[in-house]
Design a protein around this ligand. Structure first.
Ligand code: GUN
Ligand code: ZN
Length: 438
């Protein structure tokens, strides 16, 4: 009998070692043309050339072989909205109208545990189909939505992060908590879910417009009481949003300063969008080690603006991550997300290489979540969260691949430019197959 604790995945193995310093930085990654990732009890036990490693495997270890498949760490999506799967592709509005007209209507449905459970099943199926093995999600204001989210993640052995949104103003009454209840409910979620297996709770004030100063103070108190927790929110996405924040918080020096005053910046804080930051704000982001999350499909779809990755990396360099932001974002696919990210940089007269993009979607996003070494890498000891990609998945991709002469950077660029869920052959969470292309 095979020991179920062991599993091996064989293919063309790629993992990043350090952030790439350009379009062809061969020292930034490890690539094995015929490699093997060996998992034991959900973690990576060894990675190496297939033939010598195969000889050492315990008898009957299952080996899944993908001869042309590119085996990478599973993608990480550090900004996504669990209750927005059914508002993707809602027509014709920019941020504040889009929230009122579509999103705040849809999220009310997540007060119902049965609806939340059904949508959680769909949500995790979709992440797996797209090769995403970890996400940091906003749930709705209702604690049952977060319970549904973590319950389904745990059932599938996926390591997920998330929190119920705290929002106590400027939203329909059915979608608001209070400073106190938002605090209490988040506290209870932390007790129920934080550190239970792979699950992690994040403090989640939605954004400055939907929280009173009292609620932001409560979020700050949660952060002080639980310094290991992540904080996630939104920042400087849209001009009308920034103007509204200015009116609501006239005493603050700017939008970021609202969060800063309540102790919500720092190395464990992730700010979605950050498109229209001032130079002083970029400096403050850098000083505090806060993370700016680039959400290209959303920024284009809601018409919010162009996030300048090159500028973000110049001094004062901000930490950055890249994410889908479904349902403002239009795809669960991190490949589609990277493609749009590239186009945004082109519009700004910048480049964004495939190595940089794939690094960010794996090891870079892991570092942004404070989980470097745990996920986003194929180092021994990390969780065996894997995606197997196929750059020949569609006729157009196969036809294009005939011209790349085995060049890995070009293959990655084809994958991110032309790939989507069809390019995902298989996905593994903690060594378990959670998706296989039919
Ligand atoms: N700002 C506050 N809430 C949201 C949201 O749900 N989506 C986006 N894109 N921006 C927001
Ligand atoms: Zn968002």
């Amino acid at each position: 009998m095979a020991d179920p604790a062991w599993r091996a995945v064989r293919g063309r193995v790629l993992t990043f070692l350090v952030p790439p310093l350009g379009a062809a930085d061969g020292a930034s990654y490890r690539y094995l043309a015929d490699g093997l990732v060996l998992a034991r009890d959900g973690r990576i036990a060894a990675v190496g050339e297939a033939s010598p490693l195969l000889a050492t495997l315990p008898a009957d270890t299952p080996v899944d072989h993908y001869p042309d498949g590119l085996v990478l760490p599973g993608f990480i999506d550090p900004h996504i909205h669990f209750p927005q799967t059914q508002v993707i592709a809602s027509y014709g509005a920019q941020l504040l109208e889009w929230l009122q007209k579509y999103t705040f209507v849809e999220e009310q449905r997540f007060a119902d545990a049965a609806h939340a459970a059904e949508q959680a099943a769909f949500f995790f199926d979709e992440l797996a189909r797209n090769g995403t093995t970890t996400a940091l999600a906003f749930c709705s204001v209702h604690p049952v939505s977060a319970d549904a989210y973590f319950t389904e993640a745990e059932r599938r052995g996926m390591g997920m992060l998330g929190g119920k949104v705290m929002m106590d103003r400027n939203a329909p009454p059915a979608l608001t908590d209070t400073a106190q209840s938002g605090y209490d409910e988040t506290k209870a979620l932390i007790e129920r879910w934080h550190g239970r297996g792979r699950q992690r709770v994040a403090i989640t004030p939605r954004f400055a417009i939907t929280s009173t100063p009292e609620q932001l103070a409560a979020a700050g108190a949660l952060k002080r009481e639980h310094p290991d927790l992540l904080v996630q929110t939104h920042l400087s996405e849209n001009r009308a949003e920034i103007e509204t924040v200015r009116r609501l918080f006239p005493e603050a020096a700017g939008y970021l300063d609202v969060y800063d005053r309540f102790g919500l910046t720092g190395e464990r804080s992730l700010f979605g969008h950050c498109i229209h930051l001032t130079e002083a704000e970029r400096r403050r982001m850098a000083e505090t080690g806060s993370v700016a999350v680039f959400c290209p499909t959303s920024n284009l779809f809601i018409g919010s603006g162009l996030f300048d990755m090159g500028q973000a990396r110049e001094a004062p360099a901000m930490r950055v991550a890249v994410a889908t932001d479904v349902g403002g974002g239009t795809s669960f696919s991190m490949l589609r997300t990277l493609a749009e990210g590239y186009k945004v940089q082109q519009l700004l007269g910048r480049n964004w290489s495939a190595l940089e993009a794939f690094h960010l979607a794996t090891a870079g996003n892991a570092a942004a979540l404070g989980l470097a070494g745990e996920i986003g890498t194929l180092e021994p000891g990390a969780f065996a969260d894997l995606v197997v990609l196929d750059a020949h998945a569609t006729p157009v991709m196969a036809n294009r691949m005939a011209r790349i002469d085995g060049n890995l950077e070009q293959e990655l660029f084809v994958l991110m430019t032309l790939g989507d869920d069809r390019a995902v052959r298989a996905t593994y969470a903690a060594g378990r197959l959670i998706h296989a292309a039919s």
